[in-house]
Design a binder for this molecule. Structure first.
Ligand SMILES: CC(C)(COP(=O)(O)OP(=O)(O)OC[C@H]1O[C@@H](n2cnc3c(N)ncnc32)[C@H](O)[C@@H]1OP(=O)(O)O)[C@@H](O)C(=O)NCCC(=O)NCCS
Length: 140
């Protein structure tokens, strides 16, 4: 395994990234929406192994106080090898903000807890598809 982390969107095949999301799994995304979301994010991390795109993550940040991390994802065969933690470190360092928020996929909280994240008592979200988000376990 030869892991390389990069923030360069120009290297990315968005169809390949959509497949990473499908296989991880982290939901179905269109290549076009992924391209726009990652390109518009102020901080990005793409993970390569021997020329293959195997994972990613992104964040938005004000560069001063707050950042928010989204879409941390790895192909299954590369999970549980410490690479997810590397993505998180890369995003947090590049965000240059002391306070970082995120919402975990239900069941993935311990991954973030081990990296120093704690549950927020007053977190609120307005999701477009509230019924689906409720069914998925994100909101009450
Ligand atoms: C969640 C994900 C990014 C974690 O990446 P990873 O490379 O597998 O995690 P790491 O190997 O870096 O794990 C770091 C630590 O977190 C722990 N951890 C990882 N996933 C965990 C989980 N689901 N539950 C509990 N602990 C977990 C590891 O055991 C490890 O602990 P250690 O330091 O004591 O050994 C990856 O599993 C993934 O892509 N999952 C599918 C997509 C997804 O759900 N993304 C999260 C969106 S919120």
């Amino acid at each position: 395994m030869s892991i390389r982390l990069s923030d360069d969107c120009s290297e990315v095949d968005w169809d390949a990234l959509a497949l990473v999301f499908t296989h991880a799994p982290l939901g179905e995304r269109t290549p076009e929406k992924l391209r726009d979301a990652f390109t518009n994010s102020s901080v990005r991390c793409f993970v390569w192994n021997a020329g293959q795109l195997i994972g990613a993550g992104r964040a938005i940040t004000d560069g001063v106080t707050y950042a928010a991390i989204f879409d941390v994802v790895l192909l299954p065969e590369f999970q549980k090898k410490g690479i997810g933690a590397q993505i998180m470190e890369h995003l947090a360092a590049a965000a240059k903000a002391p306070n970082i928020i995120l919402h975990a996929v239900p069941g993935k909280e311990d991954f973030y807890r081990k990296l120093g994240y704690r549950k927020m008592k007053t977190a609120m979200a307005r999701f477009a598809n509230a019924d689906k988000q409720k069914a998925l376990g994100y909101i009450e």
